[in-house]
Design a protein around this ligand. Structure first.
Ligand SMILES: *Cc1c(COP(=O)(O)O)cnc(C)c1O
Length: 376
């Protein structure tokens, strides 16, 4: 059986976990957490990085730091993971869903301005498959209407838009290190931002509402409850696993690219014959091979293809059920304009296996299997 995903393992993870144990500190913000944050800061040119327990939690922190009031509106695509919306719903916001572009599956930047109302506070671009949204346009709209931009860059670690790392362009960026993502710590994420004025509040929020971070730096002589907060610090065990992956990021990236390009080259004739569509990457984007998907004619063909591949021992998957059509989406949000592409394209997409430790022989087997499908 060829799995759809397996968490990356590059080699030093267990050594670093052992080292973390020997250092005698397993709670958050130890040596490995600091090394991971610093690595992200330097590699992606961003001033502030907080490692978190998930991207969902990074989004929750960003939503809190945006200082939303109940009834404020947040614009995002409906074609995304639930956490993108949940984090803002938790703050009492209403979600305004906007259609996607069929070529990248990202929010259609041309429709955002029409969705802005007097209650709009935030735009949340989701960089699907590590391919950037049209950020210049989005930042322009945000500036014009005084909105904040929270990038859901869960899939966008080590991907770029006009030379800038995804997650470093908006007011906040949120990364995921879940085991299904390119670099992992099992469950984990990071909150990124450039503006120092969020730093103190972010620290307090992440440390249960206390000024413990200041206490550790010797800036105050005792730590106290100073504001609302929660616990968003990952353990050193998880950070140690992640650090081993970040050190080898180029190796992980190269392997994923090799898989992506093999799929792309060898399935091209099916696209030329009009049987499938392949992913599109705008020229200003450098993607990170987060996923490889194809699009087939419709949901009927997709269902057949999934069953066919499974029979050949290959796991392929689809996502997402558009949020605006889900029970919570109806309760907490509305769709702006017409759903031309969100539902239709979400029913056509099929993701093929993609992970660091996937054997190239297996990739070949997958391509041959897709090639042999007769019912496109
Ligand atoms: C994976 C993912 C998330 C959630 O990440 P977690 O680290 O599992 O919380 C959020 N948004 C998108 C687009 C994702 O792909």
């Amino acid at each position: 059986m060829i799995d759809f995903n397996r968490p990356a393992f590059v080699g030093k993870e267990l050594d670093y976990i052992k080292d973390a144990v020997n250092r005698g500190m397993l709670c958050g913000d130890g040596a490995y957490t600091k090394m991971c944050s610093q690595w992200i800061q330097e590699k992606f040119q961003v001033n502030h990085v907080f490692l978190t327990t998930s991207c969902t939690h990074a989004l929750e922190m960003a939503a809190y730091l945006c200082d939303l009031k109940p009834g404020d509106e947040v614009i995002m695509p409906s074609y995304t993971f639930v956490s993108t919306a949940d984090a803002f719903v938790l703050r009492g916001a209403r979600i305004v869903f906007v259609d996607i572009r069929p070529d990248t599956m990202n929010i259609d930047e041309k429709q955002i301005e029409g969705a802005v109302t007097s209650r709009t506070r935030v735009i949340v671009p989701v960089h699907y498959a590590g391919v950037a949204c049209e950020m210049d346009t989005i930042m322009g709209i945000a500036k014009k209407y005084g909105l904040k931009v929270v990038e859901d860059a869960a899939q966008g670690v080590d991907a770029f838009y006009k030379g800038k790392a995804l997650g470093t362009i908006g007011d906040f960026g949120c990364y995921s290190f879940h085991e299904t993502k390119n670099y992992t710590m099992g469950e984990g994420g990071a909150l990124l931002f450039q503006d120092v004025r969020y730093q103190e509040q972010a620290e307090i929020l992440r440390e249960k509402g206390t000024d413990r971070s200041k206490f550790f730096r010797g800036q105050v002589d005792k730590y106290r409850w100073v504001d609302y907060g929660s616990s968003y610090l990952p353990s050193e065990l998880n950070a140690a696993y992640l650090y081993a992956q970040l050190e080898e990021y180029q190796r992980i990236n190269k392997k994923r690219m090799d898989i992506y390009q093999y799929y792309h080259r060898n399935l091209k004739h099916l696209a030329e014959e009009g049987k499938i569509q392949q992913p599109f990457v705008p020229k200003e984007c450098i993607h990170n091979a987060h996923m490889y998907y194809i699009k087939v004619r419709d949901i009927t063909v997709r269902t057949k293809l999934i069953a066919y591949l499974r029979e050949k021992g290959i796991m392929s998957v689809f996502h997402y059920v558009p949020l605006h059509s889900a029970p919570a989406g109806k309760k907490f949000g509305r769709f702006f304009g017409e759903d031309v592409y969100t539902t239709r394209e979400s029913e056509r997409i099929l993701r093929l296996p993609m992970f660091y430790n996937l054997d190239m022989e297996d990739v070949k087997r997958i391509v041959d299997a897709v090639d042999g499908f007769k019912e496109f």
